[in-house]
Design a protein around this ligand. Structure first.
Ligand code: SAH
Length: 243
């Protein structure tokens, strides 16, 4: 049956792909993919599969979302199997829900295929477990990229709990502000922070610091990068035998 598969490609390392995602990638007639998708994955596509890049840069989209929607629709009319491939998981700040709603409104069948989100896997592969008994009983994934036109709610900085891990996606350019805001609502300047750049990939870089010094240490790291704030960051050095 004709379908669009809204598929998570995982955080970078292509081995972090689900078997279900691999199956639809191999069967796809068309693959529409983003900047964060590891291009090596496209080698799994069948001969003749049309691969279309609609990569998103930091602030502007190379192709606006409504054009991506239209493209999905047009390709779904022409082909049996269309895969919309996105970094991580497509519903974690990936507009998967919006694309699903659009397809439904057009009477096109769709299926979500979950991916491993960078929010969990990138810290984990950098030896930072995002929950840990006694240190963190919950975690929150938030966007560091606040912009009124994106429609994300303004952050209530005072709502972060002490024993909570905060993972900021799209936050590297906001790193200084994030640290200032957290210090402003009473977090200690020594509170641990890690920035992980190009996590799970061969050129991954992990910088560990505090709310007071992480900005100077990490501001020039290459993207994509995410920020982990919380006591769990300290576990890394113990796991690496540096503690
Ligand atoms: N849907 C994606 C997130 C999209 S938002 C997911 O589930 O992973 C894009 C942000 O994700 C980037 O700005 C960065 O903060 C983070 N990110 C994605 N891949 C990453 C990687 N390999 N290393 C570090 N951060 C990554």
């Amino acid at each position: 049956m004709r379908k669009v598969y809204l598929t998570g490609a995982g955080p970078g390392d292509i081995e972090l792909l689900t078997l279900k995602a691999l199956r639809v990638v191999r069967q796809a007639d068309v693959i529409i993919y983003d900047r964060l998708v590891n291009p090596d994955l496209l080698k799994e596509a069948k001969p003749g599969c049309e691969c279309i890049y609609v990569g998103k840069e930091n602030k502007h989209h190379i192709l606006p979302q409504d054009e991506i929607n239209t493209l999905l629709y047009d390709k779904a009319l022409e082909h049996e199997s269309v895969v919309r491939l996105k970094g991580g998981d497509s519903v974690v700040f990936g507009r998967g829900g919006e694309e699903a709603l659009f397809l439904v409104s057009k009477g096109i069948d769709f299926e979500f295929i979950p991916g491993i989100t960078s929010a969990i896997a990138v810290p984990e592969m950098a030896n930072i477990p995002i929950t840990h008994r006694g240190k963190s009983v919950s975690f929150r994934v938030v966007t560091g990229y606040e912009s009124p036109d994106k429609g994300y709610a303004q952050l209530d900085w005072s709502s972060f709990k002490h024993d909570e891990t905060i993972i900021f996606l799209m936050g590297l350019h906001q790193l200084e502000n994030i640290c200032k805001q957290l210090i402003g609502v009473g977090k200690s300047k020594d509170y641990p922070v890690a920035v992980i750049s190009r996590g799970t990939l061969e050129d991954e870089q992990v910088i560990v610091g505090t709310l007071a010094d992480i900005y100077e240490k990490a501001k020039d790291l290459p993207t994509p990068a995410l920020i982990v704030v919380g006591e769990v960051v300290r576990i890394r050095e113990v796991l690496l035998g540096e503690g």
